[in-house]
Design a protein around this ligand. Structure first.
Ligand SMILES: Cc1cc2nc3c(=O)[nH]c(=O)nc-3n(C[C@H](O)[C@H](O)[C@H](O)COP(=O)(O)OP(=O)(O)OC[C@H]3O[C@@H](n4cnc5c(N)ncnc54)[C@H](O)[C@@H]3O)c2cc1C
Length: 436
């Protein structure tokens, strides 16, 4: 078990250099750098960005790449902000709740993907449904094409998206949809390959939102595959890419949607049974004992002193474990690691180690004389597995996130629309003790 706690007191660049010396950070991190002036992690930065959201402008402009999107995703992904807190902030900004509806329904997508992940666990990495349409070319690429990774496809849009994904770790939702659609439907890349590539680079990289969005684009978890044409891209980018593109007028996105579908897919939809996904039971690992102090185990879903378990046991020692299996499986970029360590550096009384969580958490708890472990609820299957193994040695108290919505009427997670029809009313209302 390698201790990394001393890194928290270093400045950002030295911290990352030292991290690379101490642990195998993986080839993606080793090959990437941290952009000067890039996005910083931590609660202070999150709150600054939260005060800037504008739900009214968002509803009008969110699909445009220059639109008033919040850019809150890296902090939401790591539990530095909760969905409920962001929803409440959005309601505070508007004169009537309906003006925040569009923004809150997008928060709802995050909540929905997390519920699907809780229900399906690691299965979200496989096709959930057979593809909604049959590609004309059935063989799929098993690796990312070299010209894409080098941002040298000759398509001004794709090359720009790739460069910005690599350099900054953030893309607008529409850019993610276009890039994923182009890779899967036009370049014939297996969606999992693209999803893993995104996951390594995105600052908000989250298997729930990421892999399930790729499935939505691919048509393995949606009624039809997502396609776009040049006209759509030009409209929402204000023509920024096509204007200077060497392939203008000749790219594979030319034409109407009917033309595109005819070129890419064999005629006739796939026959598929309607999918039903029952929600997972409420995650619990028994109750915490009334005596004995806790060790608060912070995970990638709870990287703040304000996260539920840390807040509930505010004077308890805290532990974050850098899991070697996560480093080798997800291959996080250096920017993502820097963001995570920014968050950790703001948390008092925190120990950071590099080890398998199921082994490290009981060891540290025993060394500190803690009687149980407290952890914030998460749909992440690896964290749930580790927590179940820890619970064989020590009681584990799971603390729920602040409720974003009332899910008691949800019986089927097969589609977002079904989910949203059951929860939207509660999601659009402020947290009760914050009623204005
Ligand atoms: C192929 C693909 C991969 C994606 N991978 C990720 C990922 O790894 N992590 C991630 O957080 N989001 C992912 N998204 C969803 C979405 O693109 C981002 O959450 C959003 O663009 C972040 O920008 P924002 O904070 O300005 O969002 P805003 O539009 O301002 O929305 C506010 C918040 O709502 C949530 N949200 C909005 N749209 C979505 C959505 N479609 N799905 C899930 N949550 C949403 C996010 O938490 C976001 O921060 C992906 C989308 C696609 C199409």
């Amino acid at each position: 078990m390698q201790t990394l706690t001393p890194l928290l007191s270093l400045d950002r660049d030295s911290r990352m250099a030292r991290l690379a010396e101490l642990v195998p950070i993986g080839p993606t991190a080793a090959a990437t750098s941290i952009p000067p002036g890039g996005i910083r992690g931590g609660r202070d930065a999150a709150l600054r960005r939260l005060t800037a959201i504008d739900p009214v402008a968002y509803a009008r402009t969110r699909n445009f790449t220059g639109g008033a999107v919040s850019r809150l995703s890296p902090w939401l992904r790591h539990g530095v902000l909760s969905l409920a807190e962001v929803r409440d902030a959005a309601l505070d900004r508007v004169s009537q709740p309906a003006d925040a509806e569009k923004f809150i329904s997008e928060l709802g997508w995050r909540d929905y993907w997390r519920q699907v992940q809780a229900a399906l666990g690691p299965l979200i990495r496989r096709d959930i449904e057979p593809p909604a349409a049959r590609w004309r070319t059935t063989s799929r690429l098993e690796t990312m094409p070299a010209d894409v990774l080098a941002a040298q496809t000759g398509l001004a849009c794709v090359d720009d998206f790739v460069r910005r994904l690599h350099d900054t770790g953030w893309l607008h939702n529409h850019e993610r949809m276009w890039l994923a659609s182009w890779l899967v439907h036009i370049r014939g890349v297996r969606w999992q390959v693209g999803a893993d590539w995104f996951l390594s680079h995105l600052l908000d990289g989250d298997p729930a939102s990421n892999h399930l969005s790729w499935q939505w684009v691919a048509g393995t978890f949606s009624a039809k595959p997502y396609l776009f044409n040049r006209e759509n891209l030009e409209r929402f980018t204000d023509g920024a890419h096509c204007r200077d593109c060497g392939l203008m007028g000749e790219c594979a996105m030319e034409g109407s949607y009917d033309d595109l579908e005819g070129r890419l897919f064999a005629a006739g939809p796939q026959q598929r049974d309607p999918l039903r996904i029952p929600p997972a039971p409420h995650w619990r690992l028994g109750d915490a004992p009334p005596t004995g102090g806790p060790l608060v185990w912070l995970t990638l879903d709870s990287l703040a002193a304000t996260s539920p378990a840390a807040r509930r046991y505010s004077t308890a020692p805290r532990l974050f474990v850098v899991d070697p299996a996560w480093l080798s499986e997800e291959q996080p970029s250096l920017k993502r690691l820097a963001f995570i360590f920014d968050c950790l550096a703001e948390i008092d009384d925190l120990e950071v180690v590099h080890a398998a969580p199921a082994e490290a958490v009981p060891l540290v708890a025993s060394r500190l004389g803690c009687g149980f472990v407290a952890v914030t609820s998460t749909p992440c299957p690896a964290t749930r597995d580790a927590a179940a193994r820890i619970a064989m040695h020590l009681p584990v108290h799971v603390i729920d996130e602040p409720p974003f919505c009332d899910r008691s009427r949800v019986t089927d997670l097969g589609r977002f629309s079904r989910y949203w029809s059951k929860v939207s009313r509660s999601a659009l209302a402020p947290t009760p003790d914050r009623q204005r």
